[in-house]
Design a protein around this ligand. Sequence first.
Ligand code: GDP
Length: 694
Amino acid sequence: MTDSKLKKITVALAGNPNSGKTSVFNMLTGASHHVANYPGTTVETVQGTCTHGDFRIVFVDLPGAYGLTAFSAEELVARNFIIDEKPGVIVNVIDTSNLERNLYLTTQLIELDMPIVLAFNMSDVAAQRGIVFDTARLSELLEAPIVPTIASKTKGRIALLDAIVAVANASRKPRTHRITYGDEIENTLNQIEPLVSSEQPALAVKYGSRWIALKLIEQDSDIIAKIKDGRLIDVINNIVAKLKTIFRDDPEVIIAERRYGFISGACQESVKTTVELTHTTSDLADAVLTHRVFGLPIFLLMMYLVFYLTFSIAAYPMAWLEQFFGWLSSSLASIWPAQAGNWLRSLIIDGIIPGVGGVLVFLPNILILFLAIAILEDSGYMARAAFVMDKLMHKIGLHGKSFIPMLIGFGCSVPAIMATRILENKRNRLTTIMILPLMSCGARLTIYGLLIPAFFSQNWRGPVLWLIYLTGIVLAVIAAKVLRLTVLRGDTTDFVMELPPYRVPTFKSLSTHTWMRCLMYLKKAGTVILAFSIILWAAMNYPRVSDQSAAGLSSDQIRQTQLANSVVGRVGRAIEPVIKPLGFGWKIGTALIGATAAKELFVSQLGIIYAISSHEDSSATTLRQHLQADYSPLVGFCIMLFCLISSPCLATVAITRSETGSWRWAAFQFLSLTTLAYIVTLIVFQLGSLVLRI
Ligand code: GDP
């Protein structure tokens, strides 16, 4: 049958994190993946297709979620996709070894009255634990076909595809069982439903009036925002307040309890365990890994390992890539003779190759980091780590898991910001992203490496470096607290931290998780960083110095004159009055602007400004001598301080923009950190000068 004759079915894949959703997706679609955005959002999704009989089935992977509330961005994305795009079938992937918890999401799909197929995944694990299902009975109660699968071994594929096609073809009948929420809430629903139908007919048609009424009782912020009618909201608020006094608890808690009640009822009828649940090795491992005393050192050790892997092992492929790009530009430079006015050559050799190279050299880093994270997540350790760190991180208004990206931030902010994806809560995630650049990254170390020996004697070098790192951490803690009290104020709805079962991660799952994240990095960061590097190249190379003024100068002096004459050089001079109170002159200003592309560029920029050839072996020493002659140790310290706190590099800005989906957050991060840097450096320089004068 030709492709055009095939009938199309769109299937959304929903499931809890770690239920094996990715494995089911891979089992169903093979290798046909592509990354796209959810309609109308910047959140990415992976899509894949397969042909089954007369059908071409398109699979959309929804974000892993425990429910469909408006509290978490992922859940809202999943919910909106289901409601707006109306997929033909939803495959709800369920970890059957943790059935009741997983069915919570199912109850919400049932509430939305969606055609579902339940993939009872991890059925091998359930069988090992002696859990036996009466699938026929459970399927009757949930009014959805159930297909047992072992996705990691590609078992159950055909049965699942058959079930999908059958559901897509079946005519929809209204459900006979529905989840009921107890007399009080049912009465209230009956009261609100007609109001919704009459006052908000469009919403009632789209979502169903019972569902809207339920969401209103749950105080769902997304739905409340959609109802612009203040009177209706007032009525609802009254009703909710009444319910609160009856239950002495939020109605949403009661609703959640009823959902669990429905699940436990259904399971009691259809699930049997043949073995008594005894203390397993998993309990023993938990006792050690989440131990009050040992938990933290074990976690730190694990993190050290991740850190080590990411930055030590990745250093080799990174160096190869750097060498490759160096080789590429030098061989291109040698076969493409430099001619006056040949801007294309310069754009490619000095702009695009380093720009694209700058993106690609991070790839080994990101690959290894995400592999390590995937291992921690898949094995079940990540949940334990979050558990251990949670109390401490809560004090600054963050989640236990925020600690992981913050640690990675000492290596590089780019993978660190991507690692915030492990945070389910949007506010936690944004706060973590905003403060991450304060963790002094590896690139800044090159700046400290130049300046500390220039200005401080041997005995002071260690303490000064320590002080810089500590300043970053202290500022990050304060900034997190301030953000959580102001711009990112609000509940972080601490999600129940369950401890999922331990598992040996499979190669297939690790490789797909890692690869998908790398793909997203390349696609998103690549384009923005490339654009930025072209703009910055132009700003550093234009306007050109004329041939006459360049005549008789050495190539280092030409580079110096060119930079001083360029937009960057001019802006550097123009901002001199602004940075004077920090103790900086135009040379530092120019180098700081040039260094926005990447922090390590600060050193090479200064080299150009002082017309020191980068080929000279002793270039660092000569540069240090120049700096010693021009600046005091206090200024040296202030430069480091400013570089630590100020605007993150362009790669960070680009990744913040793509991870938050908004330029506003990227701009906020850039501007607020630069302002903070200015204020802190100003205070330190002025106070320092005062003290030194006394
Ligand atoms: P996701 O987080 O829901 O996308 O879950 P993944 O597909 O990444 O699966 C999490 C882990 O469970 C991986 O290590 C998988 O290999 C493993 N896994 C997935 N399905 C099964 C299954 O049916 N049986 C077993 N034993 N392991 C599975």
